[in-house]
Design a protein around this ligand. Structure first.
Ligand SMILES: *Cc1c(COP(=O)(O)O)cnc(C)c1O
Length: 428
C-alpha cells in the first residue's frame, strides 16, 4: 500500500527508479527477455520464478503503469489490456466458462452489452440484465445456482445512471459472487468502488485515464478481498490445479490478493494475447500523471454546461447526475461527492432530426465516436455506438433515440457554452 495520497500517486506511484536509472518510466520496446540458462527460463514457464520472458504475457513498462492504477484504485494487483473491451471480457471469462451465468446492470456501455448479450452468449455464458434501480427482490431473483459474477458501471456510458455500488455488492455477496465494476467515467479520482464493496474494477483507459485520445487500452484491478476459497466449488479455475501450469493452484500459490490477476495473465493473456503495447502504456502513464488535475476541470465544465442547457428553451431535457433534480442525484452525492464526470446527455426539442441538425452546427465540439478526453466532443449514440439495439433495448439501456452525448473537455467553459449557444440558435 502506498503511503501517499491519490494526487501524489497519480504522478509517482508504480515506478521508483534506483540509483542512475531513468527518471521517467522507460518504454521497454522488446518482445523478449534473455536468460543465462534453460533452467532459468523453465522456472518462469512453470510460474516457479517471477520474471519477464515474452511481452504477450507481461512487460515491465505495462507492469509499472498497472501498479500505478492498482494504487489509485486501492487494489492489490492489476493488468493492462489492449482495450476496455478486452478488460471487460477477461474480467468475466477469468471466472466463468461455458454453462455459467452473470447478472449485469442494464445501463452499461453499448459495446459491453454487445459483448455480453451476443458474443459471450455464443460462448455459452448467459447474462441476465437488471435495471440499476431494481429493488433487492428483483435483484435477488436474477441469480441462479450457476451465477458467477455481477457486473455494473459506476456512471453508465451514455445513460449516466449511477450504480448503487453498496447495494449491488451486498446482493453479489449474498449469493457468494464478486461484483465487477466498470469505473471508466468516474475514475478513481471521483470514486473508488473497492471502498464500497466492489471486488474487481475495470476501465477503458482509452477515456479519462489516457485523457488525450491517443491510445486505446484497458485495465483490470483486483481488490484482493474476494474469498475465492470460501466458494471454492464455484471457482475451480482459481481453486483447483491448472494442468497447463503443471498443476499449480492459483489461490494457494499467489494468495487471495494475487490469484485472480495472476490467472488472468498466465492463462488469458497467454492464450488470447490482448496485451497493451508498451508504447501505449507509456502514453497512458503520461495521462495518469495529470488525471487528478484534469478530472475536477471536466466536472466543473460539465456542471456549467448542464446548468446552461437546463435553462435553454430549445432543450427538451438534460441528464447529468450532479444536477439537483436528477434521478441519480442522491446516489451521486453519496458515491461522487466531488463531481461525477464531464459527460452530459440531453435532447433538443424536435427529437432525433433536431439532434442531428444541431450537431452539424457545432464548431468547437467535434463529432467523434470518442468520449471523455481533453477536447470537447459529441455523439448521437442511437445512430453510432448503440445502433445495433432496437428501441426497446435502447430504452432499457437508458438511451433515448434523441439522446445527444456531449463530452465536455477541459477548454475554457465560456467557449464551450458559446459554441452550444450558436448551434442552438440555428435550429428551429
Ligand atoms: C469505451 C468504453 C468501454 C470500451 O473500451 P474500449 O477501450 O473502447 O475498448 C468500456 N466501458 C466504458 C464505460 C466505455 O466508455
Amino acid at each position: 500500500m502506498s503511503k501517499y495520497r491519490i494526487n501524489t500517486n497519480c504522478v509517482q506511484a508504480g515506478y521508483t527508479p534506483k540509483n542512475g536509472e531513468p527518471r521517467v518510466v522507460p518504454i521497454i520496446q522488446s518482445t523478449t527477455f534473455k536468460y543465462d540458462t534453460s533452467e532459468d527460463m523453465g522456472k518462469l514457464f512453470d510460474l516457479e520464478a517471477s520474471g519477464y520472458f515474452y511481452t504477450r504475457l507481461q512487460n515491465p513498462t505495462n507492469d509499472h503503469v498497472a501498479a500505478k492504477i492498482a494504487a489509485l484504485e486501492g487494489g492489490t494487483a492489476a493488468m493492462l489490456t489492449s482495450s476496455g473491451q478486452a478488460a471487460s471480457f477477461y474480467s468475466i471469462f477469468n471466472i466463468c466458462s461455458c454453462g455459467d451465468h452473470v447478472v449485469s446492470s442494464t445501463t452499461i456501455y453499448g459495446g459491453t452489452y454487445n459483448l455480453f448479450a451476443v458474443t459471450m452468449k455464443r460462448m455459452g455464458i448467459e447474462f441476465t440484465f437488471v435495471a440499476p434501480d431494481a429493488d433487492d427482490e428483483t435483484l435477488d431473483a436474477a441469480f441462479r445456482p450457476n451465477t458467477k459474477a455481477v457486473f455494473g458501471e459506476t456512471i453508465a456510458n451514455p445513460a449516466l445512471a449511477v450504480l448503487d455500488i453498496e447495494r449491488f455488492a451486498a446482493a453479489a455477496h449474498r449469493h457468494g459472487v464478486p461484483l465487477i465494476v466498470d469505473n471508466t467515467f468516474a475514475t478513481p479520482i471521483n470514486c473508488r468502488p473497492f471502498e464500497w464493496g466492489a471486488d474487481i474494477v475495470i476501465h477503458s483507459t482509452t477515456k479519462y485515464m489516457d485523457g488525450h485520445a491517443s491510445g486505446v487500452g484497458g485495465v483490470i484491478v483486483d481488490s484482493g478481498k474476494f474469498d475465492w476459497m470460501a466458494h471454492a466449488e464455484r471457482y475451480p479455475g482459481l481453486t483447483t490445479p491448472d494442468e497447463s501450469y503443471h498443476g499449480i493452484t492459483y489461490v494457494e500459490k499467489f494468495g487471495q490478493e494475487g490469484a485472480y490477476i495472476t490467472k488472468a495473465t498466465a492463462q488469458l493473456m497467454r492464450d488470447f494475447g490482448s496485451i497493451q503495447s508498451p508504447q501505449n502504456a507509456f502514453l497512458l502513464n503520461l495521462g495518469l500523471e495529470t488525471l487528478h488535475v484534469r478530472v475536477p476541470r471536466h466536472c466543473e465544465n460539465g456542471m456549467a454546461v448542464a446548468e446552461y442547457l437546463q435553462n435553454h428553451e430549445k432543450v427538451a431535457w438534460v441528464n447529468y447526475p450532479s444536477l439537483k433534480d436528477n434521478q441519480y442525484y442522491a446516489l451521486a452525492q453519496k458515491y461522487l461527492p466531488n463531481g461525477s464526470c464531464g459527460v452530459v446527455s440531453f435532447g433538443v426539442k424536435g427529437g432525433r432530426k433536431a439532434a442531428e441538425a444541431f450537431m452539424k452546427e457545432l464548431k468547437l465540439a467535434a463529432i467523434v465516436t470518442h468520449v471523455a478526453d481533453a477536447r470537447t466532443c459529441v455523439l448521437h449514440p442511437a445512430s453510432a455506438t448503440h445502433r445495433q439495439m432496437n428501441d426497446q433495448e435502447l430504452e432499457a439501456a437508458g438511451v433515448s433515440p434523441d439522446l445527444i452525448r456531449f463530452s465536455v473537455g477541459i477548454e475554457d467553459k465560456r467557449d464551450i457554452i458559446a459554441d452550444l449557444e450558436q448551434a442552438l440558435s440555428k435550429i428551429g
